[in-house]
Design a protein around this ligand. Structure first.
Ligand code: ATP
Length: 781
């Protein structure tokens, strides 16, 4: 028996009788007028853009203004191109007043009144489109969904919201027919926007205010990802000035997932968002390598803080006895005691390692200068030292500039980079033992790896933490900037000389004119020339954030947030000191060992109880037949968690088939062929235990050439084989789960993995197994 019968959508939803010719004609005429207006506005914007591109020269300020105007018009043109499909998708009729048309963009008539022709879905005036119901109609008498293909109207679905007029729709969904058609459409391997059918509980989340931490907990298929993306678009629209400057970060679980969602925001005409995985959050590093879940979990623990602190402290060394350097022809000893004092003073400063280094050097040089003073300034008569303060200062300067001294001090307290420290630490058992005495030998063995290993996502929070511990010595940075500028000026001098040189050639036969003509150097100095040609930063906030580790975002959105480790949360919180965040996830789907199973634990250290929780309860993806199977798995993961209610039935019953081990690959290939034929317009997902990924992947690609496998399979291929971890957040029309028992056995969070696996299907679910089914799938036996 299926649960949740009460909410199941029927395919005979209202709207089928509304295709009246006169309505179609008048709505088509309105649509055509909207598109003409769009064309007009786009042409105007393109014209302005062309004009700006033709302008040249001017003062730096003028150029920078021009650049801002150029990017404004370029963005306008891009936005208008992006909304070409589905420009207008809805209409609201009210008991009084004019109807409102709702679409992907706001447009006004050109007349003096500037009447709204089309209302942006994010504007407050569009809200009743998502919220009005027959019981609470907010003055709306009819909600109309307009279905289009290109610029052509292909259908109309009406909902009459007047109880007296016999409204028969359901109260728990809005736009029933349009919703059903969106949910049953074949999947393409790219997520689509849901702007036409956002449901009331989702709308609440999308339009929630900007400040504070908002946690959206919801079962599989409740639209968390969709809501997170639409919220980004809503926030950028509502708080545009603030957020375009600071940028919005959306963090997703892996690169395949980012590609899956990559089309949604552009289709909503929003591009100013930095989409990243944890592995992208340290500029200069793209961390994609994999490692054992246990190693990743260990790296995610807060214990790593102490380990990293000690790893840095271990790099601040003192000699056993002394270091001898040659200074000015004389041997000079840097004694252990001197180093210890200098190190203690530098550590006491509480500054990060690279910044505190200045203090270490100053203290050491001071001690060495006294040593020299003793040698050369000692009064043979036993009186005070004969050197004056000015002499000592000069000695200190000489010591600082002495390359031998510099080298010796560098050895004792080197300038370090995060990558260097982490690489050294993880590839050296002695360093590990010294930095991590509280970890067991087995744990340290988990961390140990080859020096040449590639970075993993779990390394990134460690690199970021090290960047904080090491800091950047601003004096070094300033010196580098000064050097760059000096080089630019030298280059400019070169340019001006060439101009001068060619001028003398040009005019060598016209000596009387020569004095009349100003040379380049007469009107501009080399440094002014540099200023004029300094590159104006035209990058968006998202682009700048991608290369700046210390970038602070205006808002951070985290998807599949249950998977983040405590160390990863520290990194994210540093990127968002305002704590303006939207965190979406499902603690029943956690598969990372260092992920969370309660939100309280995550936020308590940062905002205590000051975070808001919203729950999404309706499952738009998984049909009721499949959800009935998943509910048993969920009950084993967390008996207290209610399964999300499916919004529809698919009419297909999930199945399981037991096969012999030696026939597994062959049976799988047959099943894939059958399923691919059953969803010809959609996608088949094959979810396997990690241990079988390679062998079954090989067998499948040999038999079915279009099948995608590997680390980053192309989801647009008709058949995709992957592990459950890779399938996080994704969906397929038909899903085949292979060897569920092995999926459960592979990880301590195996039951959660199985729950994820069985909730990926939008239509059909099948299970292939060689041993007994896990108890939680008994319903399929
Ligand atoms: N209001 C809606 N209208 C149309 N489709 C919707 C709506 N809400 C969700 N969907 C669709 O339901 C599917 C599941 O949504 P989504 O992937 O956002 O769920 P999720 O909660 O993130 O799931 P998971 O926890 O499994 O990752 C998607 O295909 C999405 O487009």
């Amino acid at each position: 028996m299926l649960p949740q019968q009460g909410v199941v959508l029927s395919s005979s939803a209202d709207g089928t009788d509304t295709l009246r010719n006169d309505d179609i004609e008048s709505e088509q005429a309105y649509l055509t007028a909207l598109y003409s207006r769009l064309d007009e506005l786009r042409e105007q914007a393109a014209e302005r853009l062309r004009a700006i591109l033709l302008e040249a020269g001017g003062t730096p300020q003028g150029r920078s203004q021009r650049e801002a105007t150029r990017s404004h018009w370029a963005e306008q043109v891009a936005q208008m191109n992006a909304v070409e499909n589905g420009l207008c998708f809805g209409r609201l009729d009210f008991s009084a007043g004019n109807p409102r048309y709702i679409g992907r963009l706001g447009m006004f008539a050109e007349d003096r009144e500037r009447d709204p022709l089309l209302i942006d879905w994010r504007a407050p005036a569009a809200r009743p489109f998502y919220l009005a119901t027959a019981v609470s109609p907010e003055g709306v008498t009819r909600r109309r969904h307009l279905r289009t293909r290109g610029r052509e109207l292909t259908g109309i679905d009406d909902e009459v919201l007047d109880l007296d007029a016999g409204a028969g729709g359901r109260e728990d969904v809005t736009g029933e027919a349009a919703l059903l058609s969106a949910l049953t459409a074949g999947r393409t391997g790219r997520m689509r926007d849901i702007v036409e059918t956002i449901q009331a509980e989702q709308d609440e989340v999308i339009r929630s205010g900007l400040p504070g931490v908002l946690v959206v907990q919801g079962g599989p298929g409740t639209g968390k990802t969709a809501v997170a993306l639409h919220r980004a678009a809503y926030l950028l629209y509502t708080y545009r000035a603030q957020l375009t400057k600071q940028g919005v970060l959306i963090l997703g679980p892996n690169a395949t997932f980012l590609r899956y969602i990559s089309q949604v925001l552009p289709s909503l005409a929003e591009t100013g968002v930095f989409l990243a995985t944890l592995g992208d959050m340290f500029p200069g590093v793209t961390a994609r390598a994999s490692e054992s879940p246990e190693t990743a979990a260990l790296k995610g623990r807060l214990d790593m803080l102490g380990v990293l602190e000690r790893a840095v402290a271990d790099r601040q060394t003192v000699p056993d006895d002394f270091v001898e350097v040659d200074h000015d022809g004389y041997p000079l000893r840097i004694e252990r005691a001197v180093c210890e004092d200098a190190r203690a003073a530098a550590r006491r400063s509480g500054r990060p390692h690279n910044v505190a280094r200045q203090m270490f050097v100053t203290e050491a040089v001071h001690a060495l200068s006294l040593q020299i003073a003793e040698r050369i300034g000692a009064d043979p008569l036993g009186g005070d030292n004969l050197l004056e303060e000015a002499d000592l200062a000069e000695t200190r300067r000489e010591l600082r500039e002495d390359e031998d001294v510099q080298r010796a001090l560098f050895e004792l307290w080197p300038v370090l980079t995060p990558r260097q420290v982490l690489r050294d630490l993880l590839s050296d058992p002695d360093r590990l033992e010294s930095a991590a005495p509280e970890l067991s030998a087995d744990e340290r063995a988990l961390l140990l790896r080859d020096r040449a290993s590639r970075w993993t996502p779990a390394d990134v929070p460690l690199l970021d933490e090290l960047a904080e511990l090491l800091g950047v010595d601003d004096t070094l940075k300033a010196r580098a900037a000064a050097r760059e500028r000096r080089q630019a000026v030298e280059y400019a001098e070169g340019v001006l000389e060439i101009v001068e040189g060619s001028r003398s050639l040009d005019f060598e036969d016209e000596s009387e004119e020569k004095d009349e003509i100003l040379s380049a150097l007469d009107v501009v100095s080399a440094s002014a020339f540099v200023e004029r040609h300094e590159v104006i930063d035209t990058r968006t906030a998202a682009e700048r954030a991608a290369v700046d580790r210390t970038w602070v975002f205006g808002h951070v959105i985290v998807d599949e947030a249950q998977e983040l480790s405590p160390m990863a949360w520290r990194l994210l919180m540093r990127r968002c000191p305002s704590r303006s965040m939207t965190v979406v996830g499902d603690v029943a789907q956690t598969s990372e060992l260092s992920g969370t199973t309660t939100w309280d634990h995550v936020f308590e250290p940062y905002v205590e109880q000051r975070w808001r929780l919203t729950e999404l309860t309706v499952n738009y993806r998984t049909p009721a037949e499949v959800m009935a199977v998943a509910a048993d798995v969920l009950a084993a993961v967390d008996p207290s968690a209610p399964p999300p209610r499916s919004v529809r039935e698919s009419g297909y019953l999930p199945w399981a088939s037991r096969v012999s081990r030696d026939r597994l690959a062959a049976e799988l290939i047959d099943a894939v062929r059958r399923e691919a034929a059953a969803v010809p317009d959609g996608r088949v997902g094959v979810l396997v235990p990690a241990a079988l990924e390679e062998s079954l992947g090989d067998a499948l690609t040999a038999a079915i050439p279009g099948a995608a496998v590997g680390e980053q399979p192309d989801l647009r291929d008709p058949v995709v084989l992957m592990t459950v971890r890779q399938a996080k957040g994704l969906e397929f029309d038909s899903v085949l789960v292979v060897q569920p028992g092995e999926i459960v056995a592979e990880s301590p969070r195996g039951l959660s993995d199985l729950y994820v696996a069985v909730t990926r299907a939008t239509r059909r679910l099948g299970v292939l197994h060689t041993a007994d089914l896990p108890k939680v799938l008994a319903a399929l036996a």
